[in-house]
Ligand binder design. Structure first.
Ligand SMILES: C[S@@+](CC[C@H](N)C(=O)[O-])C[C@H]1O[C@@H](n2cnc3c(N)ncnc32)[C@H](O)[C@@H]1O
Length: 206
């Protein structure tokens, strides 16, 4: 599968090629805020372990992870949620322009989403902009440790309520934000990319 305005097949597309679908301002945020293709490939191979899995990208930005995931794994479904309206509009426009039917974008705060509708979660340390001035995205990056704590706790509870067998991939995220019911099954890129599977209860971890 190819993106219409790019000549290369999806397997050969580089970050530089892909990022051309965005404006220069959005492209400038890419190396810091959008998942790179080599990470997307590893993550979706783990998340999409069977057909028809539904994957939620918590804080989907301008859709890079979800769109690439949908192109690479055509028999699976990707959903991105983000509170920034302009990012969701950019993502939706790309979906429409390139007629990608297995990706969907939701304009909302992640805590308004029912995580039980999904088989897998991708999380690229989405709340970090609240506590690190080097990761400011725009004027909505209100600096607030309280907000960071609130979001982190809500995320913890949301994934904790998901069913046994749920797959979770985190990128640049500390283990303390993940419930102990999630077992780490693999790690890549010096431990920055972590793969987890949810176990039923404490006993399953032994
Ligand atoms: C590091 S970016 C990751 C983007 C995307 N997952 C990717 O890898 O290409 C994190 C995103 O999380 C979003 N975000 C932060 N807090 C959020 C919240 N409470 N609810 C929904 N989205 C949130 C931000 O707007 C930002 O676009």
């Amino acid at each position: 599968m190819v993106l219409n305005n790019l000549i290369k097949p999806i397997d050969l597309i580089t970050d530089k090629d892909f990022d051309l679908v965005y404006s220069p301002a959005i492209r400038a945020l890419s190396s810091r805020h959008w998942t790179s293709i080599k990470i997307v490939k590893k993550a979706v191979n783990f998340l999409c372990y069977k057909e028809n899995t539904k994957i939620l990208d918590v804080g989907s930005g301008v859709g890079k992870f979800s769109i690439l995931g949908a192109l690479l794994k055509a028999s699976n479904f990707f959903y991105g949620v983000d509170f920034r309206k302009d990012f969701i509009e950019i993502s939706d426009n790309l979906k429409k322009e390139h007629r990608i039917e297995n990706v969907f974008f939701l304009h909302n705060y992640f805590d308004k989403i029912d995580f039980n509708n999904f088989d897998g979660i991708y999380f690229f340390n989405s709340f970090h902009e609240r506590i690190d001035k080097d990761t400011v995205i725009d004027e909505l990056s209100e600096f607030s440790y309280d907000l960071y704590k609130k979001y982190t706790q809500e995320f913890f509870l949301k994934i904790n309520s998901m069913s046994e067998g749920t797959r979770l991939v985190t990128y640049h995220t500390e283990d303390i934000h993940i419930p102990y019911t999630y077992r780490i099954v693999d790690m890549h890129f010096e431990g920055k990319l972590k793969f987890y599977i949810k176990c039923l209860d404490e006993g399953d971890l032994e």
